[in-house]
Design a protein. Structure first.
Length: 367
């Protein structure tokens, strides 16, 4: 079997709702103004196609054309070494990740196995949490509390909210309101998105400790490994981080310095499934749980595969395929991975378990 082509398909969806801004601790985004998705298709000479999410450069495409997709470790190394000297982190590794995920989808289809089984198959059902709680103009503490309660009412047993944009005292009040609204039995994560330095993060952690956060996510800048280690050392709440880190070498540094209690390597960012399974295995040697950042469709396969898999992030309301778009993810995909009652049951379908609804997709594809 050989890879003979890589196709990139772009889909654009029209605006059906007013544009609104929403923010985390440091960044502001816009939603409601249309959206889209980019699908990569890796085609073989045996008419088996693997799909991933994102584009591909000609340079990267040339590294895999003519190759056997089953040689996944060799292909990963070949792609990585093609540009390792200019950069071993950043957007190029993100691009490599998209290709690697598509290759794993292809391998699953060739072997007729779901990706999570190929990666390890430790379990077939994993818990998920609802990620939300963003800042919005005019959004009150009561509005935030109602949002978190809506996730609990949808069946989630864990929810995540943003912190770090307001003063420590104001954000502590927001955490208090959410805890009182959802009750003590629901896990509550707080995510600063790198908004603090170490002493601010420690001060905030102590201010909200009484509300029993499940974890404190990205308390400091990604490059402040020593600061993260200091925070993890002095607070009782577990520190979760890693969504902005790349490859096993970056995570080795986080683990060796005891800078994190929970690793959050994103399969779509850190190097794809080939690399993330190594990161999760390395974390297990330090007795550190793995909980990936990003798409629950991608993350569920790794959490289900590894012994230290903890919980999957569910960010459906922040994706391009939201309820304020012309179509939903359920419309766009003939088959996909869904969160039901706060859990994901991994499908037995081969590969990622995702299939595009071509009749719907044809209406939105950019030729």
């Amino acid at each position: 079997m050989k890879i003979v082509d890589v196709k990139v398909r772009r889909f654009e969806f029209p605006q059906v709702a007013p544009v609104k801004e929403y923010s985390n601790g440091i960044l502001t985004y816009r939603r409601g103004g249309g959206g889209g998705v980019t699908i990569m298709e890796i085609v073989t000479d045996e008419d088996v196609t693997g799909i991933g999410f994102g584009g591909i450069s000609e340079a990267l495409k040339n590294q895999i054309l003519g190759e056997d997709p089953l040689d996944v470790e060799r292909l990963w190394h070949k792609m990585f070494m093609a540009w390792r000297k200019p950069v071993a982190k950043g957007e190029l590794i993100r691009a490599l990740s998209a290709v690697d995920i598509a290759i794993w989808d292809l391998i699953g289809k060739v072997t007729r196995q779901p990706v999570y089984k190929l990666l390890g198959g430790y379990r077939s059902r994993v818990p998920a949490y609802a990620a939300g709680g963003y800042y919005e103009e005019g959004k009150t503490i009561q509005d935030l509390a109602r949002e978190m309660v809506s996730y609990v009412e949808a069946g989630y047993e864990a929810v995540k909210m943003k912190v770090g944009r307001l003063s420590i005292e104001e954000d502590a009040e927001r955490v208090k309101a959410v805890r009182e609204a959802i009750g003590d039995a629901i896990a509550l994560m707080v995510d600063a998105n790198n908004a603090y330095n170490a002493y601010q993060a420690i001060k905030f952690a102590r201010a909200v400790e009484k509300y029993n956060p499940y974890w404190f996510e990205e308390p400091v800048r990604p490059d402040d490994i020593e600061g993260s280690a200091e925070v993890a050392r002095v607070i009782d709440t577990p520190v979760a981080s890693g969504e902005n880190e790349f490859t096993r070498w970056g995570f080795r540094d986080l683990l060796e310095k005891r800078a994190v209690d929970i690793i959050q390597a994103d399969p779509g960012v850190a190097g794809g499934y080939t690399e993330v399974r190594k990161i999760a295995a390395m974390a297990s040697a330090y007795h550190v749980p793995y909980s990936p950042h990003g798409s629950h469709v991608l993350g569920a396969h790794v959490v289900a595969a590894c012994v230290n898999g903890l919980i999957v992030e569910s960010v459906a309301r922040c994706s391009p395929l939201r309820k304020d778009q012309a179509i939903s993810a359920i419309d766009f995909y003939e088959k996909t991975i869904e969160v039901k009652d706060g859990y994901i049951d991994l499908p037995s379908r081969p590969g990622l378990g995702v299939e595009i609804n071509e009749k719907v997709a044809a209406k939105y594809e950019i030729k």
